[in-house]
Design a protein around this ligand. Structure first.
Ligand code: NAP
Length: 268
């Protein structure tokens, strides 16, 4: 059951609707929704009632599978291929989602990649790929949905950062720079958009078990484990509920925040 307030005449009345869900009627665009954390977020938002634009860049059958699961939850889904580092592709993606589902009022900037190498040996192409996707791609996607959110006078922009953007990591200068940049982007946008009814927050996961972390050696994982007070690696299902909370009624007065979901790896 979902409780809400409705205005009847001059009074606000507490109502309950057993069918309405907190995100009913909202359209969410989730970048990188074919796998890992983005997939879990897309399904979580759909289970809270949102219709979902499922973006991917290469894994078309995985993206179709996510869309099928969303439809199975009784929500609408549209699958859109777009490389988020390409501005024209991003504009086409947002146009397609808007045309098929309506104006996205929730944006999840999730798509991201790694190209790890010690700085001395890092190729400029690997720097540019990571900054171009993780940082510029999130900015381009945000820009593409802003006009619609401004017209709707409401919106939730939630970007997936990383604890690495806060503490850094050897071999990840490109990734850490991009993720730290997203924190600055989040705070600046929160200042710009607060008066327009749009909240902007960054969720920074720690070590989450997905394809991105699947190839790490036992030695690296052992070192990471020593830094996790909750004594286990994270799962995409540990991240998705916080994102749904920020996107829903409970997140209405939260903006400009960097929230770690990391088992306690980074505190303060
Ligand atoms: P993942 O399993 O590798 O999934 C990455 C997703 O991003 C896939 O859906 C992929 O699409 C999509 N993607 C990659 N490049 C893209 C591009 N140029 N345009 C559009 N989509 C693109 O990664 P993950 O672990 O779920 O990571 C998701 C986000 O969480 C990333 O921003 C990552 O930096 C962040 N994060 C992850 C961890 C972790 O420990 N896993 C920790 C902190 C932060 P395809 O399937 O089509 O390739």
């Amino acid at each position: 059951m979902y409780e809400f307030e409705a205005r009847i005449g001059d009074s606000l009345v507490q109502m309950a609707d057993s069918d309405a869900l907190p995100l009913s009627g909202e359209v969410a665009l989730v970048t990188g929704a074919s796998r890992g954390i983005g997939r879990a977020i897309a399904l979580e938002l759909a289970s809270h009632g949102a219709d979902i634009g499922v973006n991917y860049t290469a894994s078309s059958s995985a993206a179709e599978d996510v869309a099928e699961q969303i439809r199975g939850l009784g929500r609408q889904a549209v699958v859109v291929q777009a490389d988020i580092s390409d501005g024209d592709a991003v504009s086409a993606m947002t146009k397609a989602v808007t045309g098929k589902l309506g104006t996205p009022t929730i944006l999840i900037n999730n798509a991201g990649i790694t190209r790890d190498m010690l700085a001395m040996r890092m190729k400029s192409a690997d720097w540019e790929a990571v900054v171009g996707t993780n940082l510029t791609g999130s900015f381009l996607t945000t820009q593409s949905v802003l006009r619609g959110m401004l017209r709707a006078r409401r919106g939730r922009i939630i970007t997936i950062g990383s604890v690495i953007g806060t503490v850094g990591n050897a071999g990840q200068a490109n990734y850490a720079a991009a993720k730290a940049g997203l924190a600055g982007m989040t705070r600046s946008l929160a200042h710009e958009l607060g008066s327009r009814g749009i909240t902007v927050n960054l969720v920074a996961p720690g070590f989450i078990q997905t394809d991105i972390t699947a190839d790490l050696s036992d030695e690296v994982i052992g070192n990471v484990m020593q830094r996790i007070p909750l004594d286990r690696l994270g799962d995409p299902a540990d991240v998705a509920p916080l994102v749904a909370f920020l996107a829903g009624p409970g997140g209405a007065y939260i903006t400009g925040q960097i929230i770690h979901v990391d088992g306690g790896m980074v505190m303060g």
